[in-house]
Design a protein around this ligand. Structure first.
Ligand SMILES: CC(C)(COP(=O)(O)OP(=O)(O)OC[C@H]1O[C@@H](n2cnc3c(N)ncnc32)[C@H](O)[C@@H]1OP(=O)(O)O)[C@@H](O)C(=O)NCCC(=O)NCCS
Length: 219
């Protein structure tokens, strides 16, 4: 049984696996990761908010966010705060003008037009979805009202209409394989790559609360 008490409650953990998977296979793997993470909760039933964000019945255990795309599956979680994870496969297809208008703020459109590639669009889009999954709205909140900044591997504050409900932080994570990855959280904290069900060990006798399992990443 996995024990979460020993984890620093604000830290954010994530696990991303890449493989030669189509979207269905990637989705199956992300659901397995989710089930493995939630399994120590009692009871381990996974429910959803009205807008679709999954959570464990009774709010037991960590808060998590999972994502799947062609070639990659992943999960981000924290025992103390909400997180959002998004993975997006870059097909090389350029975004249409309509998509750019629907997806990006005016300032993001200007910045994208300085280096107009499908890869940059996908990186920005992954940041949007990670933030929208962290705040729990998903695409029910218009992405072109959420300023997420250009891809960077350090926490960046997200803004939308000065509404505290939409306040969060986002950062990109480089994973390769033509996949953009971004993680969002409510409050910036050390980010740790922690394989699900692997490095979270059973709590040994006398272990103090707050012990962490992996070194923080920079930023
Ligand atoms: C959440 C959303 C942004 C993710 O889109 P995606 O890139 O296609 O898929 P991802 O693999 O990255 O994420 C899917 C996971 O997001 C999670 N999710 C769904 N709604 C969520 C929400 N409101 N907040 C946080 N997470 C959510 C679920 O865990 C889902 O995985 P699961 O179904 O296997 O449990 C998008 O599906 C969405 O907003 N859906 C709700 C609104 C909607 O249905 N709009 C129709 C299209 S406009």
């Amino acid at each position: 049984m996995m024990i979460f008490r020993q984890l620093n409650p604000t830290d954010i953990h994530f696990d991303v696996r890449c493989g030669d998977w189509d979207l269905n296979e990637a989705r199956r793997i992300s659901r397995r990761m989710q089930a493995e993470l939630v399994s120590p909760c009692s009871p381990p039933r996974i429910l959803r908010t009205a807008l679709g964000k999954p959570y464990a019945e009774g709010n037991h255990g960590p808060r998590w966010s999972c994502s799947a795309t062609t070639g990659a599956s992943g999960i981000a979680w924290s025992t103390g705060q909400q997180t959002g994870l998004d993975l997006e496969h870059d097909t090389g297809e350029m975004p249409t003008d309509t998509l750019l208008r629907d997806a990006l703020t005016s300032s993001e459109r200007i910045q994208w037009s300085l280096r107009p590639t499908s890869g940059l669009f996908i990186e920005i889009w992954a940041r949007k979805e990670a933030a929208l999954k962290c705040i729990g709205t998903g695409l029910h909140f218009p992405p072109n009202r959420l300023e997420v900044g250009m891809p960077a591997e350090r926490w960046h504050p997200v803004q939308a209409d000065r509404d505290p409900e939409t306040s969060c932080w986002v950062r990109s994570v480089r994973i390769g394989h033509n996949v953009a990855c971004a993680i969002a959280c409510r409050s910036p904290a050390p980010l740790r790559r922690t394989p699900v069900g692997d490095r979270i060990q059973p709590e040994p006798e006398g272990t103090s609360v707050g012990r962490t399992t992996s070194p923080p990443m920079s930023g």
